[in-house]
Every structure is written in C-alpha cells, then in structure tokens.
Design a protein around this ligand. Sequence first.
Ligand code: AMP
Length: 361
Amino acid sequence: LDPLHRCVPGSTIGILGGGQLGRMLSMAAAQLGLRTLVYDPQRHGPGFDVATEHMTGRYDDEERLAEFAARVSVVTYEFENVPAETASFLAARRPVRPGPRALAVSQDRLAEKAFFREHGCPVGPFAPVESPDDIRAAIADLGLPAVLKTRRLGYDGKGQAVLRQPDDVDAAWAAIGARSNTTVSAILEAFVPFTTEISVLIARDLDGATAVYDVTENVHREGILRQSSVPAGVTLPVMEVAQGVARSIAGALDYVGVLGVEFFVVGDRVLVNEIAPRVHNSGHWTVDACACSQFENHIRAVAGWPLGPATRHSDATMTNLIGDDWLNWPEILAERGACLHLYGKGQARPGRKMGHVIRLT
Ligand code: AMP
C-alpha cells in the first residue's frame, strides 16, 4: 500500500455484508485479480459462496472485527446500516470507503434530507415527528396524503406507512412499529405525486474523478424495486439535472465508490428522495449493458484505482425475481437477449430478492 492506500493486484478487499451485492462485488473484484474477504453475522449468504474467503462475526465483536481488518487492505460495505461504531472501529485500522460521513448521512432520513437542503438539492416537504400529536401538527402544514417513515433502519418499504386521511394517524404510528405512548424518531413527508421515479449511479475515485451512468427509470411495488430500465422516459434536461445533483452530492461527501441517488420526477421537476452509499439494485443493468459495471467501478474506486467508462452499449430492462418468480429460470434461459442472474439463495420467501434478469434490447 502507498500512503493513499492504493491496492495492488492480489490485495484483499474487505466487504461488510454477505448478500447479493457482496456477491456481485466479489465477482467484479475477482475479475481484476483482487481477493475478497466477506464479513457477515450470518453463517451463510450469497456473498460467502463466491468471495475468496469469508468470516462470520457480529458487528459489535471487536475481536472479530480486528481480525477482519488485519486481513484486508481496505474495507467497503454492501449495505448502509453498518453501525457507526463498527465503521469507526474499522476506520482506525484500515481505510473505509465510502467514508463514515456517507454512512452517517444515509442512515438517518432526517440528516439526509437536511444534508440535501444544505447543499442546494431539491427535496419535497418534510417534518421530523416523534409522536402522533407531532404527526397531526405536521399534517396541518404538509397536507394529506403523507408518508410516515422511521428515521433509521427502513428498507424496501419497511418502516413506512401512507396516511390518506386524518384518522390514519394512529394506524400509521402502529404500522411503523411504534407504541402509542412511546416516542419514535420518524419523519413525515408530503406524498409526492410523481410521474416517474429515476435514479443515478455515480462512481467517484480517490482523486475526485467521476463516472456517471445513464439515468435509470424505476418501478416500485409495495416499496420494493421491481423493474429498472434505460434509457429512462424523461426529458434530457431532467436527466442532466439529476446527474448534476448526483455529482454535487458525491463531491460534498468527498465520496469514494459507487453512490446511488433516487429521485422523484414531478413534471419537469426533480426531487431527491434518498441516497445509498453503495452499489444499488437499480444499477444491476450496468453489468450486461455497460463497458464497466457499477460493481467493477466500485471495486476500482475503493482499491484506489482509476475508474472505467460508464458508457452504455445497449438499452436494457432489469426485472427483479422476487419470491417464486425465479422458478421461471428455464424460460428465461431460453429467451433471446435475456441475461439471468441468480443469487444462490436457498429459500424463496415473499418479497425476497432471489435474482434478476436483464433484457437487452
Ligand atoms: P424509500 O424507502 O424512501 O425509497 O421509499 C420506497 C418507495 O416508496 C419509493 O421508491 C416510492 O415509490 C414510495 N415513496 C416513498 N416516499 C414517498 C413520498 N414522499 N411520496 C410518494 N411516494 C413515496
């Protein structure tokens, strides 16, 4: 390692999290002659199957974490809920990329929205709330419908509830897991009547150079991403604004790695919804439709290497295979232009992402 901790081929990248993103990061690292050590509290996982090595350990087990740090050159992660203490414990031993600031901002929906505002990024109306009374007061300001979300630990639509009428307050409070007499840190957002949801994947390297992927159009159902397609059905100015916002967020965070930025499009306006300090489900199409995928660019960036081109050579649609969808694998294999990706998960449960298919057009 040089003073900037640039890796050489044969170095080991430590990855926190052994899910499908850790799996695809490990595959990209292997292509570049890099080794991976995946760390996860579970004993099995899609990432464990393909990483060079893996370790099971809790995120608060300092002995295991110290061993993990000692075995890797740099540390990255596949999910944004890495506890802050875990990140700082590791950062004292090895570079953690993206840095702890990106984690802190993305772990807390209120801090995230405040960060967007502070950096001039357009966001929809919101208010912090800690009780049903706060929600009633916030509704007076924001109107209905509105979306209640826990500040922390929500994903794939979990920890969220939509309020359509004033009577919905108590049910929504219960739906996010709060009891009537306790305070919970939450946020109430005005419901955004979006025409389209889009996202931008941006890679930024140690020297601040960026590679921005084409804007992706996303369709969610029950809070879970179902489909992503490129090119997105939005105007060129909308695409340019979204990519500009992604660039300024990555710059403001002095970000290293791939960052996902999700937006709502309302007419010709773009509002930032949230960021993910990691490779992102809406960027899976980059594997089959781009010169250099989001996974390869993330690995390059965290290794301290220059980025590859984010240029797209095909139009593409990515469909998540959720629950039993993956049972159609023989039909998908027989389809021309369909690229099947399965995560090797043993059991399909409703809502569980088992794989995805990228259809090139
Ligand atoms: P999130 O976890 O914030 O990404 O929310 C998951 C999905 O719920 C989004 O992709 C939207 O489809 C929907 N959603 C979340 N917040 C809002 C909002 N304020 N207005 C309308 N739809 C929303």
